[in-house]
Ligand binder design. Structure first.
Ligand SMILES: Nc1nc2c(c(=O)[nH]1)N[C@@H](CN(C=O)c1ccc(C(=O)N[C@@H](CCC(=O)O)C(=O)O)cc1)CN2
Length: 299
């Protein structure tokens, strides 16, 4: 049976470091790290994530600001808010929750966030720094940064000689995950819905990272015996066992059968998800420390 990689424990350790760094910043320069989270519309899951982020920011001792905008918000209104937050000296991190309602274009909004406040790491400046191997001066997308910490718990920081396969090629996860694995010396394959023989590609992986958005797509036969399997999927599926109309969260990996083959595996819930919020706090405190030239905590 595989080692279960506990994302809640790892996230708690990150949060403790963030909280200490925030307290040191406040006692040193009298300023709290400031995080502004922006949400547009009424999607219940997005509201739940944003509330968790705002609550965690308060727990870490941050100045936590939430902007909940109505569904009918225009592109101009949203970009105006981002521009005000860019200019606000009390705000060191800005996050616009995704996905945005269909009538809004996310890319111009993301690119309008000042790179030094882009705690989601999605601005081309931060994505470009990661792609060119500069992991020190930018901000890295939260979910891949958290997933790498979990992978390092099993394999250490140097992944030389290991084959890593990332299924999924989004800007939010797949691309930055592949860049981080490459920077750690893994031999990286990016696979996606148009890849030929996905199961065969996955069977080559010592580290298999699944971000496909389809419940239980990765089956035991896709997993190399002893591999580390990282499940990034957050799929809401019906849970009749919990009562009529109830739902539960499940991953992209068929957990039970893959755990029987893998050497280590992340569960859903309780794996990569909690690391996403922890790394958002980490990016915010790093952004604030940089603003004041204070020492940058290590995660
Ligand atoms: N601007 C962004 N938007 C979105 C991001 C992001 O990183 N930046 N990621 C996802 C959603 N997300 C954060 O926003 C997120 C997803 C899941 C979790 C989490 O802790 N999941 C728990 C289960 C929670 C539950 O039961 O509902 C777990 O896996 O244990 C945190 C954050 C899309 N949008």
């Amino acid at each position: 049976m595989a080692t279960i990689i506990d994302g809640k424990v790892a996230a708690q350790s990150v949060i403790e470091t963030v909280t200490r760094a925030a307290a040191a910043l406040e006692s040193g320069v009298g300023v709290k790290p400031g995080l502004a989270v922006v949400i547009v519309g009424n999607d219940p899951a997005s509201h739940a994530y944003v509330n968790s982020k705002s609550k965690m920011a308060k727990q870490c001792g941050f100045n936590s600001v939430q902007h909940s905008l109505p569904e009918e918000t225009t592109q101009e209104e949203l970009e105006k808010l981002v521009s005000e937050l860019n200019a606000d000296p009390a705000i060191h991190g800005i996050l616009v929750q995704l996905p945005l309602p269909k009538h809004l274009k996310s890319e111009p909004v993301i690119q309008s966030i000042a790179p030094e406040k882009d705690v989601d790491g999605l601005n081309v400046v931060n994505a470009g720094k990661l792609a060119t191997g500069d992991l020190a001066s930018g901000l890295i997308s939260c979910t891949p940064a958290g997933a790498l910490i979990l992978i390092n718990k099993i394999h250490g920081a140097d992944l030389s000689g290991l084959n890593a396969v990332v299924i999924g090629r989004s800007n939010l996860f797949g691309k930055p995950m592949a860049m981080l694995l490459l920077s750690s010396n893994a031999t990286v394959t990016m696979a996606h819905s148009r890849s030929k023989d996905l199961p065969g590609i996955c069977r080559q992986a010592d580290i298999l990272v699944a971000a496909v958005g389809r419940p239980h797509m990765v089956r035991a036969g896709w997993v190399k015996p002893g591999a580390t399997v990282v499940d990034v999927g957050i799929n809401r599926v019906p849970a009749p066992e919990k009562g009529e109309g109830k739902t539960k969260i499940t991953g992209d990996v068929a957990y039970e059968e893959c755990a029987a083959v893998a050497g280590a595996i992340t569960p859903v819930p309780g794996g990569v998800g909690p690391m996403t919020i922890a790394m958002l706090m980490a990016n915010t405190v790093v952004a604030a420390c940089r603003t004041f030239g204070r020492p940058i905590p290590k995660f």
